[in-house]
Design a binder for this molecule. Structure first.
Ligand SMILES: [Zn+2]
Length: 411
């Protein structure tokens, strides 16, 4: 038993992944013997319905000046964030003469630049100085800090209250979520909105996408969990929209209690969650069994391919891949290397299992027999780009919703 990070009652552990490294911490050989590991596990709270990480890693171990995740590298994500910004502007900012927009966890400014480009009053808050510096270069004003109640006070003193507070795959990263909610409550104008997106629990359960679980993802939100969590700080869930990014996300819209009516979207989705069992402990115990099965299937497939003399590589050294590789014990013997687009990852080794990470040029120069697609959430974008690989007989392996080889040529 452990204490729920959202409501402070008792949460029940449902799945233990064993020793895990920091998912975005790619390393050089001389760093192998100092690598940081922790016991990764998740727990479900039957009181507020929050699924959450246990044994949290100190934030400054994960977010630092060498942080390697840059949101702006995917074309589809750039388009998605344009759409996100347009949604907020049209729905909630149209009547404001000079709106002020704040983003929690603004990364390299990929979302906020859509507001900055129009000369709109904005401020990003992000703890990683190196990604914040890239945002500043794009003209996105950024405060290098973790967003919490005191930072909200500081922003109010310097800029006034906000018309919109945004979060894109950042709110679910914050264990001190009570302080964030209190900060949002203070910083938001009476008619202001708090709009954030996060990978959706309903999709994780449906797809057995356990690779969404790693050190940075503290919460796996459902509408039930979001509603209960923020209502403790007088914020109300007023609307919700399913999104196609990050393998299935949800956009949540919250406001001060009573400021807006609650939409049918919220009412219908809450009912659907009950039907899916997202308020039941048994659902997560079943999920744990499905995860163990997925691991067995993947190891079996890679072992068979190796025995058949096939060359299998990983495609995209994502944070998600770290969970799959370390939980399944897949190392360089089964997966010779991982190709990735991020220059700061190339030439390094994957966390924990120490698989070499190489640039895509080498993938294109010498296609392997099989490529395990770790960035499965960008599958369409990647497969459209890598048609030559499939045309030359290369095959993609995915583990979502189950472990399988995709034969694109005959499809
Ligand atoms: Zn709870």
């Amino acid at each position: 038993m452990s204490t729920c990070l959202a409501c402070h009652q008792t949460a029940t552990p449902v799945l233990n992944f064993g020793k895990m490294p920091i998912a975005n911490n790619l390393l050089l050989p001389e760093q192998f013997n100092q690598e940081y590991f922790y016991d990764m596990a998740i727990a479900f709270c039957e009181h507020c319905y929050a699924l959450q990480l246990l044994n949290l890693v100190e934030p400054d171990v994960m977010y630092h000046d060498n942080y390697t995740f840059f949101s702006g590298l995917s074309k589809n994500m750039t388009l998605h964030f344009q759409d996100f910004a347009k949604f907020v502007q049209q729905q909630y900012l149209a009547k404001e003469a000079k709106p002020f927009v704040v983003e929690v966890g603004s990364n390299d400014g990929i979302l906020l630049q859509n507001f900055a480009n129009q000369g709109m009053h904005h401020l990003g808050v992000d703890p990683s100085a190196n990604v914040a510096a890239i945002a500043e270069q794009k003209g996105v004003k950024t405060l290098v800090d973790f967003f919490h109640e005191d930072v909200a006070d500081k922003i109010i003193a310097e800029h006034g209250k906000a018309d919109a507070i945004l979060g894109a795959n950042a709110i679910c990263h914050i264990d001190q979520i009570g302080s964030v909610a209190a900060g949002v409550n203070k910083l938001l104008k009476p008619q202001g909105v708090f709009v954030f997106e996060a990978p959706y629990l309903g999709e994780i359960i449906k797809k057995t996408s356990y690779d969404q679980i790693y050190d940075e993802h503290v919460f796996f939100f459902s509408l039930h969990a979001v509603k209960n969590l923020f209502s403790q700080h007088d914020l109300e869930l007023i609307d919700a929209y399913a999104q196609n990014v990050h393998g299935g996300s949800m956009r949540y819209v919250l406001a001060h209690k009573g400021a807006y009516p609650i939409t049918d979207n919220v009412i219908n989705k809450l009912e659907a969650e009950k039907q899916q069992g997202l308020t039941q402990l048994a659902t997560f115990q079943r999920f744990a069994q499905n995860v163990a099965h997925s691991k067995q299937e993947l190891v079996k497939l890679l072992t068979e391919l190796k025995a058949a003399g096939k060359r299998v590589v990983g495609y995209a050294a994502t944070a998600k891949s770290s969970t799959i590789l370390n939980y399944s014990g897949i190392g360089p013997d089964l997966l010779s290397c991982i190709y990735d687009i991020t220059p700061t990852k190339q030439g390094k080794f994957s966390p924990g299992m120490h698989i070499p990470v190489k640039p895509f040029d080498e993938f294109h120069a010498d296609y392997p027999d099989y490529a395990l697609l770790f960035a499965w959430n960008h599958a369409n974008e990647i497969m459209a780009k890598e048609t030559a690989f499939a045309e030359q007989g290369g095959k993609w392996i995915v583990h979502i919703p189950e472990v399988q080889i995709l034969d694109l040529v005959t499809q």
